[in-house]
Design a protein around this ligand. Structure first.
Ligand SMILES: Nc1ncnc2c1ncn2[C@@H]1O[C@H](COP(=O)(O)OP(=O)(O)OP(=O)(O)O)[C@@H](O)[C@H]1O
Ligand SMILES: [Mg+2]
Length: 482
């Protein structure tokens, strides 16, 4: 039964935590999805930018190459053929002329290199890069496509995002555009005769690097935002965890309290019925012992004290039983305007001989402007008496007992304060003293302060203790006046 209840409780607590776990899960996976999304987005953006860059550069290169092809034909091929009969670039004059034409035509046009391939064999006849001149077999598939009459281009790139890291090699990107080198008619119309292939190389490294940097900064920014979100979320989660823990702890405490009070209620009922049953026989024992004592006087003189012991002890037992009953019975206070000063005065008058006997000095300070308070005189009398009796018991070797009443106007509360110079209590002990049956006295029931607390509670008041071991104790009861 207990086991089942426990598992039910566990299930309930897990159920209460579930929605939060779900939120946590969604938040974290949301962040991950967002990060992935940004990565993909940055890749799409940079790819698109690169594509646009290449298309524009290619279109530009076609125009430049066409223009170059026209100029080379007009300003180099035709005059050279007229003057020398044939083109032979080994002739330095011819080479210098072609070089001048090419450099003039491409001047200021962001062209890195121009190369002219021969049409008959895959050999470089001219290049602005001197070391390439004369090399064979360097024109690849692009060369062959151009020879077949098709303009085309190829990108040669190295480097990626990683090259942006400190110490990485610079990103490089070259666009090589190949167009057929044709002959022109007098009216500037192209002929079908292809004399070679012109390759125009553009350096796009700077632009590609800028695009890659943009991609990097998109990723970096989103990662920064992500991290900030993550930290904030982490804080929220940690806080929520703490709140949940605190709530669980509070619930456990309340449950414990509930169990405790349920146990006490059952115990109270039991104690009440047992006490009730004991009360009557106890009365009979006591009166019988009384009669016995009288008879003993005549039958066995000198033994009367035995009967007296029975009477005395049954009297004490009666007191304990009454205390049990007081604690166990539900106490409905019967309220009437009462002077708390009067209650104290009456008790102190009654205790005077005992205080004197125990060498306890009494100091009273009963407030004159204390209003009358609506309370159950009998119950409050009992509560104050219990507190005072404890104080007296705490000073077996004498001391000072201080009783004070005070009206606090601001809070409209009556403060009843009892201090002694007895042995005091540790903090740990202070946590137990209002618990029923807690006592360290041989002849105590441990119900005194539990009864006091019940009474103060039923008057909507509060009771607290201030004490240090070896330095006496102060009990304060605060009662609402209005
Ligand atoms: N003024 C005090 N100074 C030091 N300890 C105290 C004082 N008042 C109470 N206590 C401690 O609190 C315990 C509980 O007090 P409580 O009045 O409830 O029971 P008790 O006095 O032991 O027994 P009972 O009052 O039923 O005869 C006491 O046993 C004592 O240890
Ligand atoms: Mg007591």
């Amino acid at each position: 039964m207990v086991e089942r209840k426990k598992t039910e409780e566990d299930a309930a607590s897990i159920a209460s935590l579930k929605p939060f776990r779900l939120v946590k899960f969604f938040s974290y996976s949301g962040l991950a999805v967002f990060l992935l999304f940004t990565l993909v987005l940055s890749w799409i953006i940079s790819n698109h930018a690169k594509k646009v860059l290449l298309e524009r550069s290619e279109a530009y290169a076609f125009v430049v190459a066409e223009n170059l092809s026209h100029q080379v034909f007009q300003q180099f091929v035709l005059p050279t053929v007229v003057r020398y009969g044939k083109i032979a670039l080994r002739n330095p004059e011819q080479f210098a002329r072609l070089d001048a034409v090419v450099r003039n035509a491409t001047h200021g046009m962001r062209i890195q290199a121009v190369t002219i391939f021969d049409s008959r064999e895959n050999i470089i006849s001219y290049s602005t890069v001197a070391t390439r001149i004369g090399r064979t077999g360097e024109g690849g598939i692009e060369y062959r496509k151009a020879l077949a009459g098709n303009n085309n281009s190829v990108v040669r790139s190295t480097g990626s995002l990683l090259n942006l890291l400190p110490g990485g090699r610079p990103i490089s990107s070259q666009l090589s555009t190949f167009i057929p080198f044709r002959q022109y008619q007098a009216n500037n119309q192209k002929r079908d005769v292809i004399m070679g292939v012109i390759e125009v190389v553009q350096d796009l490294s700077e632009d590609v690097e800028a695009i890659t940097k943009l991609q990097g900064s998109i990723i970096l920014t989103s990662m920064l935002i992500m991290s900030a979100l993550f930290v904030v979320l982490g804080f929220i989660v940690a806080r929520a965890d703490r709140i949940i823990d605190a709530r669980a702890e509070e619930r456990r405490r309340l449950e414990q309290q509930l169990h405790q009070s349920q146990r006490l209620a059952t115990l109270g009922k039991m104690v009440a019925s047992v006490s009730h049953e004991i009360k009557n026989p106890l009365g009979i024992v006591r009166s019988t012992a009384d009669i016995l004592g009288k008879r003993l006087k005549s039958v066995a003189p000198g033994n009367e004290h035995l009967a007296e012991i029975i009477v005395e002890e049954t009297g004490r037992l009666d007191g304990i039983v009454r205390e049990f009953l007081d604690f166990a019975r539900p106490q409905e206070p019967k309220m009437a305007p009462t002077s708390v000063n009067d209650i104290f005065s009456k008790i102190l008058k009654f205790m005077e001989p005992e205080l004197e006997q125990q060498k306890i000095v009494l100091e009273t300070s009963l407030s004159q402007d204390m209003p009358r308070i609506s309370l159950d005189q009998g119950l409050m009398h009992r509560a104050c008496l219990n507190i005072l009796v404890n104080s007296v018991q705490a000073m077996p070797g004498g001391g000072k007992l201080t009783v004070e009443t005070r009206y606090e106007k601001a809070t409209d509360m009556a403060m009843l304060v009892v201090s002694d110079t007895g042995g005091g209590m540790s903090l740990e002990k202070q946590g137990h003293i209002f618990t029923p049956f807690y006592t360290d006295k041989n002849r105590g029931t441990g119900l005194g302060l539990a009864i006091v607390k019940n009474i103060v509670d039923s008057h909507q008041g509060t009771i607290f203790v201030d004490s240090k071991e070896g330095e006496g104790a102060t009990f304060t009861v605060a009662l609402p006046v209005g």
